[in-house]
Design a protein around this ligand. Structure first.
Ligand SMILES: Cc1cc2nc3c(=O)[nH]c(=O)nc-3n(C[C@H](O)[C@H](O)[C@H](O)COP(=O)(O)OP(=O)(O)OC[C@H]3O[C@@H](n4cnc5c(N)ncnc54)[C@H](O)[C@@H]3O)c2cc1C
Length: 513
């Protein structure tokens, strides 16, 4: 008998989402991730939980509608993580007809049911504060709603929930070979140099932009459908303007570039789009992409940006199934599920997808595997993600209660913890009554108490896991502070290896081993 019902290669949003769904249906699930959770495309996205209105212009109505519905679902499941945001889109008649944009946004509102978010309106940029940071010749704009979320934390929360429902999450574990027998898969794993073997009745290849590498070299069943890889880069600069809304700028090449307030003191700008060939691990922003993004800002904003203003830049690669022709060819975020069940245990390969639609994709995966796991029903639309179970009075009231319960927390610190952990803040802070109870402070407002929680419950093993994927505190850390954190975590890891303490990434804890 196989060790697991379902093995999943890849701990990005799709792998974690499928694991959560499958574990909640009572299946025995294992996820193997070669690096940290969300170390691939799922921490390098534009972080929008959106309908992708540009896809309307390409005729991808169904994808936009599905994305908008998911936006509404995710707002409900993770109100601490998924934040509504207003987007200001200045008219530039030379680049896109305002009437065309207006019709597109009306359709967007209509398709999205707009249950909880306000609809589109027109702004006079001469009088509206949204016009202030922009160059004078932009006189009108549309303003519409979408959402923003910390992509990497969305992955981690799905993995936490999956683990709490019994899934085994193995990070830093690379699947080097998958061998198929009549009724199961045998996966050969390499976990930091240690070889291990697990078996499962079905296998999902959710390796994101590595999907074809895994198909060819690990599963040795090359993909039967073509895919395209695209790289997108983002830059982060010191805050460009004080207000809380975002901008959508139309670049000269027709792309929409988003300008989003980020981690209080910064502005996130992206993305570019270049076709990509090779190993996605090597993807990095180029000098040309950085200057392209600065140029788009300089076309619209009064402030001038140059490469020296960039405090952080990152690139991600996405896989796109080659399914369309003409305009449809450029639709971002479509997915294809390829089921191979002809010779033995089933293999399902996920190509493409969006952060926004991961939950629906997971449901589709389970329904495509219904011949193997017949008695299971969709459930994930109804159950909040960890920390998302706010009372009816919502996140602002919860923040108030948090400040009352732990009055020694500074307002920004309390807000960051509520945004990251929601109601799970209770498990992070526990019975602390004074700042000293939170232990060593490494930098920013990161304390030993929080790091210990992340190591025990969220598979954090290195300083970068904490500073760049479980949070974005890396933006506020000096190299010396980072080294102190790395040392602290290395010592905790050695204590755990010696059996004194058990982090979830090695044994027990969060249902992992
Ligand atoms: C630039 C950019 C911007 C985007 N913006 C948005 C957006 O704003 N909104 C939106 O909805 N979507 C957006 N997307 C799309 C979204 O980010 C992706 O669809 C999603 O992150 C893909 O998730 P995934 O789990 O399939 O892949 P990944 O997150 O890449 O996960 C795959 C994982 O598989 C692991 N892996 C690979 N090989 C092995 C192996 N042999 N063994 C074990 N593990 C392995 C990798 O380490 C990786 O962590 C964007 C994508 C990009 C590139």
């Amino acid at each position: 008998m196989a060790d697991f019902d379902l093995a999943i290669i890849g701990g990005g949003i799709n792998g974690a989402g499928i694991a959560r769904d499958a574990a909640g249906r009572g299946l025995k699930v294992v996820v193997v991730e070669q690096g940290d959770l969300a170390s691939g495309a799922s921490s390098a996205s534009s972080k929008l939980i959106d309908g992708g209105w540009c896809n309307l212009e390409r005729g991808a109505l169904r994808l936009v509608r599905a994305s908008l519905r998911e936006r509404e679902v995710l707002l409900r499941l993770a109100p601490h993580l998924v934040r509504p945001l207003r987007f200001v889109l200045p008219f530039d008649a030379e680049r896109r007809s305002p009437m065309r944009v207006r019709l597109g946004l009306l359709a967007y509102d209509w398709l999205g049911w707009r249950k909880s978010l306000p609809g589109t309106r027109t702004l006079d940029l001469i009088t509206d504060p949204a016009g202030q940071p922009l160059r004078r010749h932009f006189q009108h704009a549309y303003e519409y709603s979408d959402c923003f979320a910390d992509d990497a934390r969305l992955v981690v929360l799905n993995a936490v929930d999956a683990a709490e429902r019994g899934a085994i999450i193995r990070t830093r574990t690379r699947c080097v070979r998958a061998e198929r027998a009549a009724d199961s898969w045998r996966l050969i794993l390499n976990a930091r140099g240690q070889r291990d073997v697990v078996t499962a009745r079905a296998l999902v290849n959710a390796a994101g932009p590595w999907v074809d590498i895994v198909a060819e070299t690990v599963v040795r069943r090359p993909l039967t459908r073509p895919l395209r890889l695209d790289r997108g880069s983002h830059i982060l600069v010191p805050r460009l303007y004080d207000q809380g809304w975002a901008y959508v700028l139309q670049a000269a090449d027709g792309r929409a570039v988003h300008v989003i307030p980020f981690a209080h003191d910064f502005t996130l700008i992206g993305t570019t789009e270049q076709s990509f060939v090779g190993d996605p691990t090597a993807a990095a922003p180029t000098v040309g992409e950085i200057s392209y993004l600065c140029d788009v800002i300089n076309d619209y904003f009064r402030a001038t940006l140059g490469a020296t203003d960039v405090v952080w830049a990152f690139a991600g690669v996405r896989a796109n199934p080659e399914t369309g022709a003409g305009k449809l060819r450029n639709v971002e975020g479509r997915h294809a599920l390829i089921l191979d069940r002809h010779s033995g245990a089933p293999l399902l390969t996920v190509v493409g997808g969006r952060l926004t639609t991961y939950r629906r994709l997971a449901e589709e995966v389970l329904s495509r595997l219904a011949h193997v796991f017949p008695r299971s029903r969709p459930w994930t639309a109804r159950r909040p993600l960890p920390g998302g179970d706010f009372a009816d009075d919502g996140a602002p009231a919860f923040l108030e209660r948090t400040r009352h319960r732990w009055p020694f927390l500074a307002e920004d610190h309390a807000r960051r913890l509520v945004d990251a952990y929601g109601t799970r803040i209770e498990s992070v802070l526990q019975t602390a009554t004074r700042p000293e109870d939170l232990g060593m402070r490494f930098g920013g407002d990161l304390t030993a108490t929080e790091v210990t929680y992340l190591m025990r419950k969220e598979w954090a093993q290195t300083a970068d896991d904490v500073l760049w994927r479980r949070s974005k505190l890396g933006l506020r850390f000096s190299e010396a502070q980072r080294t102190a954190l790395e040392d602290f975590m290395a010592q905790a890891n050695s204590r755990a290896a010696a059996g004194a303490d058990a982090p979830p990434s090695s044994a027990g804890g969060n249902g992992t081993r």
